[in-house]
Design a protein around this ligand. Structure first.
Ligand SMILES: Cc1cc2nc3c(=O)[nH]c(=O)nc-3n(C[C@H](O)[C@H](O)[C@H](O)COP(=O)(O)O)c2cc1C
Length: 395
């Protein structure tokens, strides 16, 4: 987590400089201390006033301005836990990779010995330039973390590689460095994701709006933290860990039971249908001659309850619940009824979070009914926070 960390951001003279406002805001929201260094060229794109307002700190530009105690670049090196240069121009990348130190940012980059992240952004021609690529390779070999630019529409009107990586990606790269201690090593974590689909006939099903994004985020973060991850999902994902594709609640129940047997924990983020049609028609149901169609439903297995009943000493089971009212009371009653270790509860009446959104906000309740609020954030950040709370990372 970035909370309490001293983050130094170097902004260089690229058109993407304005995007760094959002990065600063994300760090500040997560209680990091942020200072900004700008190159002279960066001043052509964004004003120091913006960053001074966002950080509450003076923006540093000139290396000869304030040298009564320590030279500024050394004082900033001492202060920072991490240095991020974003956007990093071809020019600054060229200087850093060749040990050139002709302004405040490149001088401190030259002296900096702690984690260092570079997020290049430039026109495709510049990015593909053989010398720029050589410089990037040099930095990678020397252990600098490069957050690669993405392909897309560029400010110069062309389409191609060179666009600054998504701000969330840069944030994650920083967060991962601080969460980098693989605190879930040697743990097997089973995560479920997506909404189950209960067949009516070969072409129709009863489903729900779950996108699988929350389960995916939890699985990703558990994997990053060193866990052996099995994601049992109704949505296909291409991942470096095991993904088991299922469709119905019954199929999901079977896979969960098998994988949970030797797992350390189960996190049930999937939206599992409570009911399924009793009879699944083998042929497509035709509308001719049928004015009213009644589907008879039968209860599906309650995977969460079943796993809580068979869980062994030390195994952790986390359930999810989606409520449209009385979130805390309903979540507390669910944790008692099901017997799980934690319940993560979402308010599905909100349009800005949960289903299909990239954002979420939830409360996490433990067996002692202690409630923690996980404030609105990206599903990835919520997933990190959730895992850290479940595994009591700080202890
Ligand atoms: C409108 C405009 C946009 C620019 N955008 C970029 C860019 O995205 N990436 C880049 O490497 N250089 C870009 N440049 C060129 C840099 O500003 C130039 O190389 C400058 O010397 C970089 O200085 P610095 O690395 O000290 O910030 C741009 C120049 C102009 C005029």
């Amino acid at each position: 987590m970035v909370r309490g960390k001293n983050i130094l951001i170097g902004i260089t003279g690229g058109i993407a400089a304005y995007k760094i406002c959002e990065l600063v805001r994300m760090f500040k929201k997560n209680q990091a201390n942020v200072k900004v260094v700008m190159t002279e060229a960066a001043l052509e794109f964004v004003t120091p006033l913006t960053f001074e307002t966002l950080t509450g700190e003076t923006v540093f530009i000139d290396q000869f301005e304030n040298i009564e105690r320590k030279p500024e670049h050394i004082a900033l090196c001492d202060w920072a836990d991490i240095l991020i240069i974003a956007p990093a121009t071809a020019n600054t990348i060229g200087k850093i990779s060749n040990g050139i130190a002709d302004n405040l940012l490149t001088s401190l980059a030259c002296a900096f010995k702690k984690p260092f992240i570079i997020a290049p952004a430039m026109n495709t021609g510049m990015w593909e330039n053989v010398f720029v690529q050589e410089n990037i390779q040099k930095l990678k070999t020397a252990g600098y973390k490069i957050v690669e630019p993405e392909e897309g529409f560029l400010a110069c009107g062309t389409n191609g590689a060179g666009r600054l990586a998504a701000i969330e990606k840069i944030y994650d790269a920083v967060n991962n460095i601080f969460c980098g201690k693989k605190y879930l090593l040697n743990k097997k974590i089973v995560v479920t994701a997506g909404g189950t689909k209960e067949n009516i006939d070969p072409v129709r099903y009863i489903g729900n709006y779950s996108s699988g994004k929350m389960g995916e985020a939890i699985a990703d973060k558990a994997f990053e933290a060193g866990a052996e991850v099995v994601l049992i999902s109704t949505v296909p994902f291409d991942k470096p860990y095991t993904v088991i594709l299922t469709k119905t609640a019954k199929e999901m129940a079977e896979e969960v039971k098998r994988e949970f047997e030797n797992a350390d924990s189960l996190i049930m983020a999937a939206a599992v249908a409570d009911y399924r049609p009793i009879d699944v028609s083998e042929e497509k149901i035709k509308k001719e001659n049928i004015d009213e169609l009644t589907l008879q439903l039968v209860k599906n297995p309650d995977i969460l309850s079943e796993m809580c009943k068979i869980k062994k000493e030390g195994q952790i089971v986390v359930g999810f619940c989606a409520e449209s009212q009385n979130l805390e009371q309903n979540a507390a009653s669910k944790i008692r009824k099901k017997g799980c270790d934690f319940i993560a509860a979402n308010d599905i009446s909100r349009k800005d979070i949960a289903f299909s959104s990239d954002f979420n906000e939830m409360i996490l309740i433990d067996k002692e009914l202690k409630v923690r609020h996980l404030k609105k954030d990206t599903k990835k950040n919520i997933a990190s926070e959730l895992l850290e709370l479940i595994y009591d990372k700080d202890n």
